[in-house]
Write a protein that binds this ligand. Structure first.
Ligand code: SAJ
Length: 431
């Protein structure tokens, strides 16, 4: 089958780059979003999301006239669903956007069309949730139209590169759907396209992020053991990772973003009786912000309260060198400090206007640290790694620093007069 026109439903972090990439590779693409603000922003030549290179790509796609944007789908050869699947307060997957996208496709679905779900979804969503909705068209999945699942697996900050170069799994509800999916993504994917079935492809995506979450959880427990046994866990992990079959990830203030902290819950919800480890890992990682607050107390001599303590927080984003604040553990730490009575100033170089209740946002490191008693690094931003402790010592009265990401080497900071407390490192190393 040939694809000349496609509809991409959802113009967010995945849908917009995907729609634009198809368009710059010669397909006619209708990008659909139900959020009129998103459409207005795109039509005015602006972007509602930040991703290196995305503005140039979207401009090229719109400029070629291959990409048009709309609030409703229209007839096409293929439909790609790339809408959010968040979780609700009970940690249950919220599939309303996927269902709504399916229903929006129904009036336009024609025999031999392909529908691909890209949104991260609990196992069997393509078969058990999406197929019945699409069949309200009167057409039968696997008989009259093709249906597949193909997850996005790109890393925020590297989306445009990884979209094209990563291996991609395509799983159809039958052989013909799988083949059609391969043909569609071959338009631009240079990485290997691995063929499977829909439910396996759904599991692959969830397993990747769950594996990473569990690995980070064990690193976070190792960090607590490092503190208990007065060693440097960063050094221990580095040495352990020289073993050819060991690859431990890095401990830190917690796991943020909208993927790794969310996706494992889809497995726990789908099969709670067989996912004890997955659930425990989530709980371990979710407990890290509270652990960081304990480290701060400890560094200050374990006061019973942090009332009026002046703390300068460095970094608020969910990971290094991005401006994305969604589900950021750094924000949770800042909030816990405020709740404990501390006076918190924060500097986030990628988002100077970050608004967190009770936290004083600052536009420079100098402003954040000017009257601080303690410096707390929560994100391994390049700018923080390059700080010169001697220069910093002149800008702040603080002589205590807490490093949760192993960004500051002990020696130069000690030499500049700072006590350094590190997550994962015994206190005896602080001086
Ligand atoms: N983190 C650690 N220690 C580490 C690595 C990460 O604490 O060693 C923390 C980060 O600081 C961050 C969180 O984990 O708070 C997640 O960051 P990340 O860089 O691991 O992942 P994401 O959420 O930006 O992107 C992930 C990627 N998945 C994998 O690498 C398996 C990406 O490929 C997926 O496409 C994306 O989730 C997604 O959309 O699912």
């Amino acid at each position: 089958m040939e694809f000349s026109k496609i509809c991409v439903l959802g113009l967010g972090y995945i849908g917009l780059p995907t729609a634009s990439t198809f368009a710059t590779h010669g397909l006619q693409v209708v990008g659909v979003d139900i959020n009129t603000k998103v459409l207005e922003t795109l039509r005015s030549g602006e972007l509602h999301i930040h991703e290196p290179g995305l503005r140039t790509l979207v401009n090229a796609a719109l400029g070629s006239r291959n990409l048009t944007i709309s609030d409703t789908p229209e007839a096409a050869d293929a439909f790609i669903i790339a809408v959010p699947t968040p979780f609700d307060n009970d940690k249950h997957a919220d599939l309303n956007a996927v269902k709504a996208a399916g229903r929006a496709i129904v009036p336009h679905l024609q025999p031999s069309n392909l529908v691909v779900l890209e949104s991260t979804s609990p196992p069997r969503t393509t078969r058990d949730v999406l197929a019945p909705i699409l069949e309200e068209s009167g057409l039968k999945a696997g008989v009259d139209f093709l249906l597949a699942y193909s997850p996005e697996r790109v890393l925020p900050g590297k989306i445009l590169h990884e979209l094209i170069e990563n291996a991609r799994v395509v799983g159809g509800i039958d052989q013909a759907s799988t083949e059609a999916g391969r043909k569609l993504y071959q338009t631009f994917v240079r990485g290997e396209i691995v063929l499977s079935d829909a439910t396996t492809a759904e599991m692959v995506k969830l397993m990747e992020n769950t594996y990473r979450d569990v690995n980070i959880a064990v690193a976070n427990e190792f960090a607590k053991l490092g503190e208990r046994f007065e060693i440097d866990i960063w050094e221990a992990i580095e040495i352990a990772n020289r073993h050819p079959r060991v690859a431990i990830l890095q401990p830190g203030p917690g796991v943020g973003g909208h993927c790794i902290g969310v996706d494992p819950w889809f497995l726990v919800e789908a099969a709670p009786d067989v996912t004890h480890l997955v659930k425990t890992a989530r709980q371990v990682n979710d407990s890290q912000p509270g652990h960081v607050v304990n480290l701060v107390k400890n560094a200050l001599g374990a006061p019973s309260s942090l009332a009026k303590m002046k703390i300068a927080v460095l970094g608020l984003s969910y990971k290094a060198n991005v401006d994305d604040l969604r589900e950021s553990p750094a924000i949770e730490v800042a909030q816990l400090l405020v709740e404990a009575g501390a006076q918190v100033s924060a500097y986030e170089p990628y988002k100077l206007d970050a608004e967190i209740p009770g936290v004083r946002a600052t536009t420079s490191i100098a402003e954040a640290v000017e009257d601080a008693e303690l410096l707390l690094m929560l994100v391994k931003h390049k700018a923080f790694l390059e700080l010169n402790p001697n220069e910093l010592a002149e800008q702040t009265p603080a002589r205590i620093a807490v490093d949760t990401v192993n960004g500051w080497p002990m020696h130069p900071w000690h030499a500049a007069g700072f006590k350094i407390y590190k997550l994962g490192v015994g206190n005896s190393n602080a001086n």
